[in-house]
Design a protein around this ligand. Sequence first.
Ligand code: UGA
Length: 435
Amino acid sequence: MRVAMIGTGYVGLVSGACFSEFGTDVICVDKDETKIARLEDGIMPIYEPGLDVLVENNVKAGRLKFTTDLKVGVKDADAVFIAVGTPTRRGDGHADLSYVYAAAEEIAEAMDGFTVIVTKSTVPVGTGREVERIIRAKRPDAEFAVVSNPEFLREGSAIGDFMRPDRVVIGTTDERARDVMRDIYRPLYLIETPIVFTSRETSEMIKYAANTFLAAKITFINEIADLCEKVGADVHDVARGIGLDGRIGKKFLHPGPGYGGSCFPKDTLALVRTAQEHGSPLRIIETVVDVNAKRKKAMADRIISACGGSVAGKTIGILGLAFKPNTDDMRDAPSLDIIPALIKAGATVRAFDPEAMEEAQKLLGDIVYCDGAFETIEGADAMVVLTEWNEFRGMDLDRIKSTLKHPIVVDLRNVYEPGEMAEQGFSYTCVGRAS
Ligand code: UGA
């Protein structure tokens, strides 16, 4: 079995490395020569725990290769996965499919013998059909099938999610394609992973329904958290109390500054647009998008009010910039809304993130970048936790207090215990818990 993976972004690189770990021969294709050269030297383009070792081992074993030449990659492949980017299109909120369609054109020219073309990128319903049309137009006699196989991995725990997924979704009605897909995922049958075979359109829809549902779940608990503050309830106990009901489930009920990242913001928006165009609006998700955008902005006000109503002339030490821990990804991170708002209000911002400093500097520009957590809060008027990296959870509270100018802590990820913070004499603000 030979697999070609087009695109070495998050999904493409992790999927390619994991398929090779399953024992399949994989060739990862990317147009970016520098990226491919660096990958060949074992340098990862992203920070993802465990990825470097996985790539190194499989390259050594001869199962994982890299190339910039799509033709070479596709020619001998039994299955070609399209894992290129589908960013939000400027102006209308739709997913930009130009990279997907360009890949389809090139694959059509290069494929040889029966080939399964798989869309791994998150693509709107109907994209598989269009990919098929593009390929058919170029190669009327070719034998191929276009399959949808969305990916559900999370950044930061991508390898575990890929190797031990809750389920695999495969959208095709073509029997030969099913056999190829079954072969590729054979190791997951051994660990009894549920495999959902369905139509292509349904599979494409499942991916959007999953991501928008999770975004709604987070937004729900965020609003409940705000109400908890008003009525004197504790959102962690509420989340546990409802989450133990199997119909609700415990996960994705952690309140915070609003969801970010490369997927939820983009996918919620894209599904809203698709639904509107079909005259079947998703009003819940429209509200989720709106509430989440406003929430990120409102977090700056929360910090300002914790600082006594003004941050003008004050120094704020920010811990965490990435949209979540264990990644260097800054896409749609709450820090991108919060920090400019604090600067606009007259604050000086010092910041530190264990992995995202390089990305952050490109997007945030002129703030003070520090080398560690304590350096960041040295002499600051307040400390703000924006991303729940483990190293921030374990910080010595006495030392935090003696390092800050004022003992003000705004914890937008609820990593500390309100009772303990009060006992230590902090003025402590968190999300949805009495503080
Ligand atoms: C998300 C989905 O979880 C994956 O299943 C999916 O494959 C992926 O999008 C994708 O479509 O590619 P990811 O964006 O990597 O994965 O990160 P999540 O762990 O889902 O977190 C997304 C955002 O929600 C983060 O900003 C996080 O801080 C926030 N979040 C998550 C909360 O505020 N509370 C929670 O309880 C969980």
